[in-house]
Write a protein that binds this ligand. Structure first.
Ligand code: HEC
Length: 295
């Protein structure tokens, strides 16, 4: 039954979009050809500034609340008793109490909590990979001898992972996203691969992220308003009211891909991390404001 409903919803998203497509009149200026990350990011952001002058730059980290007043007023009601607080408290306790098999805390791998979230994602020139905060916590445990199915990466520990992530986001609240692309061709390649993920059409519906979050951003698809391509990462992890749970960025991206009926990349796979790197670089200069709350 759930499958049938999902298909119906997607069919209507699909119809909504093709109808909207004709009416949108957006600039079809497509910046995907620039291979220089800084230049590309500038053009990419300009697309949004030009098409959505009603959204001030520093409000992009609010997602749909930056431009949809109804959604914003619902948000304010939901925030009377912020459901994130419980996760933050649990995450703080976990962070302080947990010990690796060698008796050391998680900070022995990744550093102190204050400002830690703001250092991620980053490209590590030692191993040539993009690093994500949750993935580094999981690997910290695994490298210290914790079995994978006992680690924060296991299904049963997901709530602990999401809670720690929520606590760490709060400990970087108000700091600015500052993702660097080091002078290393592998870092540029990771960014461009992430960009490719964003524009790549895929799945049975043949949609790219850009189809929804760029060319149809701010439009309504049934009860959902599509947010823009800026501010994808600032609020994560995000508590989703409709699902009554805290979502890490990788889990959310996985879900968004699955909903468009494609085979999603695995969480923390190199493709997923490259996509995160791309999205976060676009968010440079915005304030981190997680754990955020969404419908
Ligand atoms: C068929 C349209 C569609 C496609 C394609 C799509 N999304 Fe989404 N996405 C949505 C909708 C609808 C939501 C929920 C409303 C919103 O925040 O835009 C959403 C939510 C999200 C969120 C959560 C935002 C928040 O503030 O909580 C992220 C991040 C995201 N999408 C990223 C992506 C990425 C990256 C891709 C490509 C891999 C993608 N989406 C592809 C429709 C789509």
């Amino acid at each position: 039954m759930k499958k049938v409903l999902t298909s119906m919803l997607l069919a209507s998203i699909c119809t909504g979009i093709s109808a909207a497509n004709a009416a949108s009149g957006y600039s079809d200026h497509n910046p995907k050809d620039s291979n220089n990350p800084a230049e590309f990011a500038k053009e990419f952001r300009n697309f949004y500034y030009q098409n959505f002058p009603q959204i001030p730059h520093d409000k992009y980290n609010m997602g749909v609340y930056a431009f949809n007043e109804d959604a914003y007023s619902q948000y304010k009601d939901m925030m009377e008793f912020p459901p994130q607080d419980d996760y933050i408290a649990k995450g703080k306790k976990f962070w302080e109490d947990y010990r690796l098999p060698n008796g050391k805390p998680l900070s022995s791998c990744v550093g102190e909590a204050k400002g830690l979230r703001a250092k991620y994602p980053y490209f590590n020139i030692k191993d040539g990979k993009v690093h994500n905060l949750e993935d580094d916590l999981i690997n910290c445990q695994i490298n210290a001898g914790v079995p994978k199915d006992e680690s924060l990466g296991s299904k049963k520990a997901y709530n602990d992972l999401a809670s720690v992530s929520a606590y760490l986001a709060r400990m970087s609240d108000g700091m600015k996203v500052n993702v660097e692309i080091p002078d290393d061709p592998r870092a540029v390649e990771a960014f461009n691969n992430g960009k490719h993920m964003f524009f790549r059409k895929t799945g049975q519906l043949n949609f790219s992220c850009a189809d929804c979050h760029m060319y149809h951003a701010t439009q309504k698809v049934r009860s959902e308003t599509l947010h823009t391509g800026i501010g994808n990462t600032t609020g994560f992890p995000v508590y989703r009211y409709s699902k009554q749970g805290m979502f890490t960025l990788n889990k959310r991206l996985f879900g968004c891909m699955r909903d468009t009926r494609t085979i999603p990349f695995k969480q923390y796979s190199s493709s997923m991390l490259d996509l995160e790197y791309f999205l976060a670089y676009i968010d440079n200069g915005l304030e981190i404001n997680g754990p955020a709350l969404r419908k």
